[in-house]
Design a protein around this ligand. Structure first.
Ligand code: EPZ
Length: 422
């Protein structure tokens, strides 16, 4: 397994191109299952999760062609061979469950393995199941697989979600495009990736209103057609690299960054004394002299503070002036980066879903271990600020969600290199 070595203390200077959003692409790719016409995605990110989704869709008979080194993905499901998503793929990536809605909508059946738990939580699918049952699906759990059928197709319905689940909203949104009648999703997730999926489905001929609000209305149509759609900018990669100069000093411009994607995150940066400037090409952050100020953070559904930026923010607050309290409200176990940061000299107390961070002057480089995607990158960022050398192991977690992180940070002056593992 590869590891990444970071030497701290070198100020950064330059521009980082932000890629297309992993969490948009992982919902957009299964949308091809809704139509026999081709779906072309541009600005696609080059990530291992995209390769896993490609493997899953190909196992169903979907043709997936990567062009321009993976930045363009052309998908076509005109020759489907299966409607079963196998456990050996689904267990690697929970987003595999996003084939459930489209398969039910167009093929009226699906067998999808339950993803099983992952490092950050149990991650059940009850909200997805309840919602699709409201649209007439019959879904039974057998041998760890959801066996779903919709004889005669899905029917439009009022679908209240008990929690604004991103994945459940995406599954229902896709399913509703081909259902008979009108569907209204209540308490829908409002993330930018939902808006991006709705825009793509509309290009395919779907009739959708209200995406980005808590109520999305979909008028079912008989069929969907071909489309070409640009994947929206990755707001989590954006937030991650905006923090880099706060750790290392210097100035970084994130090309493609948009304030509307990271509103609540930027509010917290301002409260911590970090200035963000809008430029013609993106968002620029320069380390104002002196330490950042402590701030309290509670993760919420969009437009609240994103859980996927909690680990990165905690790492930044480790050397802020004062004490910060972070509350993780979305997942039940998303503080695994805390003990690794403590190994680097941070002063963090975790009690259940609350972490209290007492700012220290400096972190010290140490060997640390990546545990989940966003925890991994928070350790890389901490290494930029730490005295000496930090070695982050198990970086396969990192490669799931960050394109060539050592190249992007190295290009703006970070002392960082990847060591090929055994
Ligand atoms: C999406 O996961 C993202 N993944 C996650 O990003 C992100 O952290 C999460 O949304 C929250 O914003 C993708 O988009 C591929 P949820 P998803 O359904 O859809 C519970 C990353 O690092 N829940 O909104 O799985 C669930 O257990 C990843 O890029 C149920 O209880 O998230 C969790 O506690 C990590 N029952 C909470 O809701 C359900 O049926 C949020 O889950 C569904 C979810």
């Amino acid at each position: 397994m590869d590891s990444i070595v970071v030497k701290g203390g070198t100020p950064l200077k330059g521009k980082i191109q932000i890629a297309g959003a992993k969490n948009a692409a992982l919902a957009l790719m299964p949308a091809t299952l809704l139509s026999e016409e081709p779906l072309t995605l541009t600005n696609a990110p080059r990530l291992s999760d995209i390769k896993t989704m490609t493997e899953l869709l190909r196992s169903l008979g979907v043709e997936v062609t990567a062009l321009q080194d993976g930045k363009v993905q052309v998908l076509s499901s005109h020759a489907m061979t299966s409607t079963t998503a196998d456990y050996d793929i689904v267990r690697k990536m929970r987003a595999s469950n996003l084939v459930l809605g489209p398969l039910l909508a167009r093929h009226h059946q699906a067998v999808v393995s339950l993803p099983g738990g992952c490092a950050i939580g149990a991650r059940p699918m009850d909200i997805h199941v309840t919602a699709l049952e409201a649209m007439g699906a019959e879904i039974e759990l057998k041998d760890g697989y959801l066996h779903a059928n919709a004889k005669g197709g899905l029917k439009g319905a009022r679908v209240p979600l008990r929690f604004a689940s991103v994945g459940a909203t995406e599954n229902v949104l896709m399913a509703a495009t081909l259902a008979k009648g009108t569907t209204v999703i209540e308490n829908a997730a409002r993330e930018p990736e939902i808006v991006d999926l709705a825009e793509c489905l509309r290009r395919m001929g779907a009739q959708i209103d209200g995406e980005g609000t808590s109520a999305i209305t979909i008028q079912g149509v008989d069929r969907l057609g071909a489309a070409t759609h640009p994947v929206v900018t990755d707001r989590i990669e954006l937030g991650t690299y905006m923090l880099a100069p706060v750790f290392a000093g210097g100035e970084v411009e994130c090309i493609g960054g948009r304030l509307d994607l990271v509103g609540s995150f930027v509010e917290k940066l301002h409260a911590a004394g970090v200035e963000v400037t809008e430029t013609a090409d993106g968002l620029k952050v320069s380390r104002s002299n002196g330490r950042a100020r402590a701030v309290d953070v509670t993760t919420e559904v969009f437009p609240g503070f994103p859980t996927d930026l909690q680990a990165q923010m905690m790492a930044m607050l480790c050397t802020a002036e004062g004490t910060s309290v972070l509350e993780e409200k979305i997942f039940e176990n998303r503080f695994m980066h805390a003990p690794e940061l403590v190994r680097m000299g941070a002063d963090i107390e975790v009690h259940g879903g609350t972490a209290t961070v007492h700012g220290v002057d400096r972190l010290k480089g140490a060997p640390v271990m990546a545990t989940d995607l966003r925890a991994s990158v928070s350790l890389i960022l901490a290494g930029l600020a730490a005295e000496g050398e930090t070695v982050v192991s198990r970086v396969y977690h990192l490669d799931r969600g960050y394109e060539h992180v050592e190249e992007k940070l190295g290009a703006v002056g970070a002392q960082i290199e990847r060591i090929a593992g055994s």
